[in-house]
Design a protein around this ligand. Structure first.
Ligand SMILES: NC(=O)c1ccc[n+]([C@@H]2O[C@H](COP(=O)([O-])OP(=O)(O)OC[C@H]3O[C@@H](n4cnc5c(N)ncnc54)[C@H](O)[C@@H]3O)[C@@H](O)[C@H]2O)c1
Length: 338
C-alpha cells in the first residue's frame, strides 16, 4: 500500500527567510522556468478570474500550472487583489500556493504566496531589465505606482547590482510616493525626486517601471517615450494602443498576454493581429529577437503560474530540508480506498 503523503504548511515568515538567503537560486529558478516553458516542458492553462459585479476593482485569480525539468510539480496559485485594502494599510494582494506531487497528484503543501508572487514578478522584471537595456545596470529609474510590487522590483534590481543616478517617483496618492521615497533613501541612500505630474517622471528615465492598479490605459502621448526607454509594464494596462504600436513589445507568453483587457489585448482587438509583438523574453535571452534601441522597448509579462511553481517549489524543498515547515502527516485521513 502506498501511504498518502504528509501535507505541509509553509508560513510567510519562512518564505521570506528562504528567499532572502537564496536570492541567486531564486533568480536562476525564475529564468529556468521561463526556459522550460519556452521549450514546451510545462503546462500553463489560462488564468481564471473571479470578479464581482458590484466591486469592479476587486478580483481573485486562479493560476494552475505544471512544470517539468527538475521541478516536476503541479500546483495552483489563488491570489486576491482588493485595492481598497491599502486605505487601511493592508496589502492589496494575498495568496496561497498549493503544490501537488507529480506522481500521485496529492497536494503536498500550502505555501503563503503573496511574497512568492511578488518575488517571481520582480525577479522576472529584473531579468528583463538586464537583457532589454542598452546599458544594463545603470541609468535613471522612474517608478509609476509606488506599491509593493514596485518595492520588490527595486529590491531585485538592487540585488542584481543596478546603480541608479536618480530615481523619480509618481503615484496618484502622493503620500504613497513620499513613504516609498523615504524607504528608498533609508534602504539604498538613493537620490529621490517625487513628481507631481507623470510627464515629469517619465521623460528623462532610461528605465520605467509601471506598477499601478489602473484598469484602463492612460499613456497615449508618444512624446513621453521619444527617448526610447526600457519599460517594465508590470501592471499591463497603463499604455495606450498608439504607444504600444510605436514600440518594440516583448512578452512572457504571447497567448496569455492577449487577454483580460491588457494594453496588448486592446491593441490586438484594434488591429486584428499580433504583429506588434516582437517575441518573448526567452527569444531575447537566446538572441532570436534583435532589440531596437531606437524605439521604446516594453516588457509586458502576464505573469505565468509556472514561475510561482518554480519559486514555490524551491521555497518548499529548501524549508522542508531544514525542518522549517509545519507537517501534518494525517491530513489525508481517508486516503485508503478500502
Ligand atoms: N504582471 C505580473 O506578473 C504582475 C504580478 C503581480 C502584480 N502585478 C500588478 O502590479 C500592480 C501593482 O501591484 P501592487 O501590489 O504594488 O499594488 P499596490 O496597491 O501595493 O500599489 C499600487 C500603487 O499604484 C498607485 N496607482 C494606482 N493607479 C495609479 C495611476 N494611474 N498612476 C499612478 N499611480 C497609481 C496606487 O496609489 C498604489 O500606491 C497591480 O496592477 C498588479 O496586478 C503584475
Amino acid at each position: 500500500m502506498v501511504a498518502a503523503p504528509t501535507f505541509h504548511v509553509v508560513p510567510g515568515s519562512t518564505v521570506k527567510t528562504v528567499i532572502d538567503r537564496n536570492r541567486d537560486q531564486v533568480f536562476d529558478a525564475v529564468e529556468a522556468a521561463y526556459r522550460l516553458h519556452a521549450a514546451g516542458d510545462s503546462v500553463n492553462p489560462d488564468s481564471y478570474f473571479l470578479r464581482y459585479p458590484d466591486k469592479p476593482s476587486a478580483r481573485i485569480i486562479a493560476l494552475p500550472a505544471h512544470l517539468g525539468g527538475t521541478v516536476q510539480k503541479s500546483g495552483i496559485k489563488w491570489i486576491s487583489s482588493f485595492p481598497e485594502n491599502t486605505a487601511a494599510n493592508l496589502a492589496r494582494a494575498s495568496a496561497v500556493l498549493i503544490l501537488n506531487d507529480a506522481a500521485t497528484g496529492y497536494p503536498v503543501a500550502c505555501i503563503e504566496a503573496s511574497l512568492i508572487s511578488a518575488t517571481r514578478t520582480a525577479a522576472s522584471a529584473a531579468l528583463a531589465a538586464e537583457h532589454m537595456s542598452p546599458n544594463a545596470l545603470e541609468g535613471t529609474l522612474s517608478v509609476i505606482g509606488t506599491g509593493i510590487i514596485a518595492r520588490t522590483t527595486i529590491e531585485w534590481l538592487m540585488f542584481r547590482n543596478w546603480k541608479f543616478s536618480k530615481v523619480s517617483l509618481y503615484d496618484l496618492n502622493q503620500n504613497e510616493a513620499r513613504r516609498f521615497g523615504n524607504w528608498l533613501k533609508e534602504q539604498y541612500d538613493l537620490q529621490v525626486d517625487i513628481k507631481e505630474r507623470i510627464e515629469d517622471a517619465i521623460t528623462d528615465a532610461s528605465l520605467i517601471l509601471f506598477t499601478t492598479t489602473t484598469l484602463k490605459p492612460y499613456i497615449d502621448d508618444m512624446e513621453l517615450f521619444k527617448h526610447a526607454p526600457t519599460v517594465l509594464h508590470l501592471s499591463l494596462r497603463d499604455i495606450g494602443v498608439n504607444v504600444i504600436l510605436a514600440s518594440q513589445n516583448i512578452v512572457d507568453d504571447v497567448d496569455h498576454c492577449m487577454k483580460a483587457n491588457t494594453s496588448l489585448h486592446l491593441t490586438e482587438i484594434e488591429t486584428g493581429n499580433r504583429n506588434f509583438v516582437s517575441g518573448t523574453l526567452v527569444d531575447v535571452l537566446e538572441n532570436r529577437v534583435a532589440l531596437d534601441y531606437e524605439r521604446p522597448r516594453i516588457f509586458s509579462p502576464f505573469g505565468l503560474g509556472v514561475l510561482d511553481l518554480a519559486v514555490g517549489n524551491f521555497v518548499f524543498e529548501t524549508s522542508k530540508s531544514s525542518n522549517d515547515v509545519i507537517s501534518l502527516p494525517h491530513f489525508f485521513s481517508n486516503s485508503v480506498r478500502w
